[in-house]
Design a protein around this ligand. Structure first.
Ligand code: SF4
Length: 177
């Protein structure tokens, strides 16, 4: 589902909530934005309240940027969900502003990187959003493979990808820390 009109930037998002300071959704201290709406419906999902595309509430991108600017401790921003790529077009202008301000950007997705790239032929916002990301944690949450031992992952099948290296290489490149 895409909430945006294709002919102009969308300046608001439908979100489930915002964690102002997180240390589990990427390196450093981060603000995590939980987008509302997820098509994947992984069994055992920890955030079932984010599934309904009509749930949550709208927030202006300008409001999010004000919150970011008020916290000098932030190292980065994380888009989680829900499924952030279901609102890719709306997230592009926010991602651009975040990177212009010098923050590290992590995006979680239930899709896999290769599908996002191939589907960007019909949904260009996928590639545009990826172009602003530093790390992508991709793949469905698989309950049988759940883990608390691997940083930033919910289940072992998920990958932590270096997006800029992946785009340059033309294939998924795992991040190194
Ligand atoms: S992709 Fe994430 S939010 Fe969506 S159902 Fe799976 S674990 Fe839950």
């Amino acid at each position: 589902m895409d909430y945006s009109a294709p002919e102009k930037p969308v300046l608001r998002l439908r979100i489930s909530g915002i964690e102002p300071e997180s240390i589990v959704d990427g390196p450093g201290i981060r603000m995590t934005i939980f987008t509302q709406g997820c098509p994947h419906l992984c069994p055992g999902c920890h955030n079932p309240q984010t599934h309904d595309f009509n749930g949550g509430h709208w927030i202006l991108i300008s409001e999010i940027l004000e919150m970011i600017e008020e916290n000098e401790l932030l190292d980065g921003i994380t888009f989680s969900g829900g499924e952030p790529f279901s609102q890719a077009q709306a997230l592009v202008p926010l991602a651009r502003e975040i990177k212009e301000r010098g923050y590290h950007l992590v995006i979680y997705t239930g899709h896999v990187y290769e599908d996002l790239i191939s589907n960007s032929a019909t949904t260009p916002a996928y590639l545009e959003l990826l172009s602003f990301a530093d790390l992508l944690i991709d793949g469905l949450f698989i309950f049988e493979q759940r883990t608390l031992d691997v940083p930033f992952k919910g289940s072992a099948n998920q990958r932590v990808l270096d997006v800029q290296k992946s785009l340059s290489a033309g294939q998924a490149v795992l991040a190194t820390f």
